[in-house]
Design a protein around this ligand. Structure first.
Ligand code: NAI
Ligand code: 15L
Length: 274
């Protein structure tokens, strides 16, 4: 596949979309933006719902690749998740197939495997303690379940139609880690852009699933499939550790919110506000 130039960024109005709108053009991409919400300062953005198949078909026409971030990013009723994340992702893949788009980078989530126990004991964790990429799906929410669906849909579209995907099980991509748990799964915005660029440009990815984080000292998972794409993380959450631990305390092995990869999503997931 030739290196992509024109890239459709869905979910461009969101937190991650806003960060990537700022960082990805430096890699040479011309971004076409899509969201259900208008984007300040981007009058050319396509304002469309993932339910609108005609709009999606027009949005993907002529792009070299898609970064699919749009959807509900927290827990919600099954009906809402079904429409935005499950049917919406299907609609986007169908539009991409119909228009001959060759590659999608799919924003999966750690919550597809959120009920996986985190490594026990003191960090740093050795290679045999890290959560492998082929760990079984263990969604912690309907939200996580929709990410399992997205990963399986991506596999189907590769096997059946030859449409390539990199599914990125993102940890927590914010300017700074906000909790002690995030020290283990944080992806700095700079590393997020590096990983998306690797996912867009690596050769012959078929359907590859990777974890998305920085090279954190307290890492819980195996970054080797991400590195196999050419991703070289440059950041580590450790400089934030002392302050966060002083404020929040160490992770407690007797607290069920602290024992699984998905953290508080496994007990009391934050709800989508709309
Ligand atoms: P966000 O909630 O800030 O952004 C999602 C965007 O999708 C919003 O701008 C929203 O308007 C748009 N959207 C929602 N439903 C839509 C629909 N039916 N049609 C079109 N657009 C729609 O979420 P954030 O944090 O930017 O995350 C982006 C993606 O990455 C999401 O898919 C999320 O599940 C995934 N992710 C993000 C993580 C993070 O740390 N930020 C961690 C793991 C996964
Ligand atoms: C996610 O999947 C959410 O979209 C994001 O808002 C964060 O909460 C992140 O996971 C996390 O696990 O920290």
């Amino acid at each position: 596949m030739p290196a992509p130039r024109i890239v459709l960024l869905t979910g461009a109005a969101g937190g991650l979309g806003t960060l990537m709108r700022g960082l990805l053009p430096a890699y040479g991409y011309e971004l076409r933006l899509l969201d259900i919400t208008p984007i300040e300062g981007a009058p050319d953005a396509i304002i469309a719902d993932l339910a609108d198949k005609k709009a999606l078909r027009e949005a993907v026409r002529g792009v070299d690749a898609i970064i699919h971030l749009a959807g509900i990013s927290l827990e919600a009723s099954f009906e809402k998740i079904l429409r935005a994340n499950i049917e919406g992702t299907y609609n986007l893949y169908e539009a991409a197939r119909e228009e001959g788009v060759e590659r999608i980078v799919f924003a999966s989530s750690n919550h597809a495997v959120g009920f996986t126990p985190r490594p026990a004991g003191e960090p740093p964790f050795g290679p045999d303690q890290l959560i492998p990429i082929n760990t079984p799906h263990r969604p912690d929410t309907f939200y996580g379940l929709s990410k399992c669906f997205g990963e399986d849909l991506a596999q189907l579209y590769w096997d059946l139609h030859g449409l390539e995907t990199v599914s990125v099980r993102i940890g927590s991509c914010f300017a700074e880690p906000r909790s002690v748990r995030m020290l283990s799964v944080w992806m700095s915005p700079g590393d997020g852009a590096r990983l998306l660029h690797a996912a867009l440009t690596a050769e012959d990815v078929g359907h590859t699933v990777v974890y998305g984080s920085s090279a954190n000292t307290r890492l819980w998972w195996d970054l080797s499939t991400a590195r196999s794409l050419g991703y070289e993380p440059e950041d580590d959450s450790e400089p934030y550790a002392a302050k966060l631990i002083a404020e929040q305390g160490e992770l407690d092995p007797d607290n069920p919110e602290h024992t699984h990869l998905g953290g508080h999503f496994t007990i009391n997931p934050p709800q989508w506000p709309y």
